[in-house]
Design a binder for this molecule. Sequence first.
Ligand code: AFP
Length: 307
Amino acid sequence: MDHKSLFLRKFLYDEGVDPDLRRLIHTVAVGGKYISSLLNAANRKMAGTRNASAEDQLEVDKQADIILQDMITALDYVAEYASEEQETVIKTGNQHGKFSVSVDPLDGSSLIDVNLAVGTIVGIHPVEELIDSGRHMLAALYILYGPLTTLVFTTGNGVHEFVLSPEGEFVLSQKDIKVKPKGKIYSPGGLRSEWTDAHRQYIDDLVETDYKLRYSGGLVPDFNQIIMKGGGLFSYPALKENPEGKLRLLFELYPLAFLCEQAGGMATNGIENILDLKLEKIHQRAPIYIGSKQEVEKAKEYIKTES
Ligand code: AFP
């Protein structure tokens, strides 16, 4: 490793990030290392069976949730832990708790058995704001478990990517990542037969203007590709039978919307900005169009014809 490599902890310190927020982000990063090694263990295909010590093999997404819950709730400045894997918010009872943390421990876990990339998504809110909107977020990050394990985060001062080195450190790989006003790739979301007319017309417009289809079925790798390829459009739309779509506002959409806006992009449910949507319940879903401003604005034009 180049001796000038910038580790995550040093980068956060140099950026002047609040010390407790620095420690929380680093704790999540360490949890990501444990999850990365969990995914590389052969036993992931043995879930539902019993290991040598007759312990039940948990699904990896539940194992990932246990890792992150144990590490995050042990921090005395964390007040609440909300997980996509759990029905209710865990209140730590910490007297000095100042952060509420939302976690999608392992998004896309159904893709693991076909060896496709999956990810962890984390949002960090001031304790008094978790169940409100996304506008007060202090930090957002995702960890992508692919050929490399990468961590992409923002604390409201740009978007930066770190890669997990063989030595086990997250090392800065890209600083101040930006999304261009217009991209070349799109992810349409859902089943075509379930799309509304407005969504279908919008996607057909992108196809007719030579956008390339990029869709793995994993939100984190698909969104990461939009960010790292400099732009484009990811969508999971309102569906005829499910007008709220599939993706969860608190656990998935708020963090990615914060990251995308920090990278100069945009995120909407077709009508309002994602970060302005009011959260009424923790497993609330919402449609999403996220990525380059031009594509997202165009989506709003199509969707408003339907509302
Ligand atoms: P799983 O977590 O059940 O694998 O779903 C992954 C996901 O929530 C998200 O990662 C994808 O963007 C979306 O589903 C893909 O959904 P479709 O398979 O309906 O396109």
